[in-house]
Design a protein around this ligand. Structure first.
Ligand code: ZN
Length: 163
């Protein structure tokens, strides 16, 4: 089952949408519930074996639930806390869609030529396409910036940005 192959699975509550998108980009399987109440969040986290990420102390203290109380309001600090507390992402960066949380399909520059800016085509070799929404992904500067910010937290783990 996927539970044993890929045990680190996350669920972000309604206040953590930006964090959820970043965690997906970095390679964490991260479900996101925009408007679920605490009971629904707890139920889904248990049913799918996910660690619930929340800024709500009462929710984080719920019994019978694996939770991580997110301390900062800054998304970069939130990402850092997740990486340092839960460990590096189980999947490579840019392996899942930041909006849909589904695995990306690899694509060649030719396949995405009409959908990305020319300078990106010239500088990037690896692309991924979301099979659900069609978004195209590559290792852009925002990802490099986040990697620099995380710095030491990620010394044991590198973004897949080469050939
Ligand atoms: Zn998508």
């Amino acid at each position: 089952m996927t539970d044993t192959d890929d045990p680190l699975r996350l669920l972000a509550d309604g206040m953590l949408g930006r964090l959820a998108r970043w965690l997906r980009l970095l390679g964490y399987d991260t479900a996101y519930e925009n408007d679920a109440d605490d009971l629904e969040l707890a139920r889904r986290a248990r049913a799918e074996g996910r660690i619930l990420l929340t800024r709500d102390r009462a929710l984080a203290a719920r019994r019978g639930l694996r939770t991580l109380l997110i301390e900062s309001e800054q998304v970069q600090e939130q990402v850092r806390q997740v990486v340092e507390t839960l460990g590096p992402p189980p999947n490579p960066a840019l392996s899942r869609c930041s909006l849909c949380n589904v695995p990306l399909e690899p694509a060649t520059p030719q396949q995405v030529a009409d959908r990305v800016p020319p300078y990106v085509l010239q500088t990037q070799k690896r692309f991924g396409i979301c099979p659900t929404c069609g978004r195209v992904y590559w290792a852009g500067t925002h990802l490099q910036h986040m990697k620099r910010y995380l710095g030491k937290s990620l010394s044991f783990w590198s973004l897949e940005n080469d050939t």
